[in-house]
Ligand binder design. Structure first.
Ligand code: CO
Length: 215
């Protein structure tokens, strides 16, 4: 119970600090959200994205699941994506994974892990499809890191193939798709692929071998 109490205490303290300098901080943001970003990240508790990027309430729409998957049959993801793109008109959709990801780690082998095996099937596929590249990067840790990156790139590719994104692109140039990776050790974000803004860039990045992720 102590831990839960701490949540409320911290909440009161933070609200008091923020409103001391800016009494209308929360009121101003309560009426309407106009986020520029949709963030699709891992559910891992060590990736506090708002804190890491300094965004204020109302600036980032967030969807998180195990190992930051973009799956065409995931109704939750699709609902978030459609609302973010069609209604909120976000300018950027970011897929962000992280090194040391437990979901990707579980996909490093075919060892049964229970229900999550269904969720991780796509990452295991990816590992097998990129087996020679994985071996070429070196020891197990390097392979694990590479699979984290390949997974992020793959999910950006899935986004680019999604009808919600494709229809948005056919109406204009929004949104831009990005892939990023977070380093648990030092708190830094690194970009893997930036500003995929239409079919041309998808071909450039994913289908001409720059990032061998298609197929
Ligand atoms: Co993770």
């Amino acid at each position: 119970m102590e831990n839960l109490k701490r949540l409320f205490e911290n909440n009161r303290k933070l609200v008091a600090e923020v409103t001391r300098d800016d009494p209308d901080f929360f009121k101003r943001r309560a009426g309407k959200q106009e986020p520029h970003f949709l963030f699709i990240g891992c559910a891992d508790s060590r990736v506090p994205i708002e804190m890491l990027t300094g965004v204020a309430p109302g600036e980032m729409f967030v969807h998180r699941n195990v190992a930051n998957q973009v799956l065409a049959a995931d109704l939750n993801l699709l609902s978030v994506l459609q609302y973010a793109v069609d209604v909120l008109d976000v300018k950027h959709v970011i897929v962000c994974g992280h090194y040391g990801c437990g979901g990707v780690k579980a996909a490093m082998s075919d060892e049964p892990a229970g229900l999550v095996d269904h969720w991780l099937a796509g990452i295991r596929e990816l590992r097998k499809r990129h087996a020679s590249e994985m071996e070429a990067v070196g020891a197990e840790e390097a392979q694990f890191n590479r699979l984290v990156e390949l997974n992020i790139l793959r999910q950006v590719y899935h986004l680019s193939r999604n009808p919600i994104i494709q229809q948005a692109w056919s109406r204009g140039r929004r949104p831009l798709l990005h892939g990023m990776v977070y380093h648990l050790d030092d708190g830094l974000l690194t970009d893997l692929v930036l500003e995929v803004d239409g079919p041309e860039r998808v071909r450039h990045f994913f289908e001409r071998g720059h990032l061998p992720i298609a197929g």
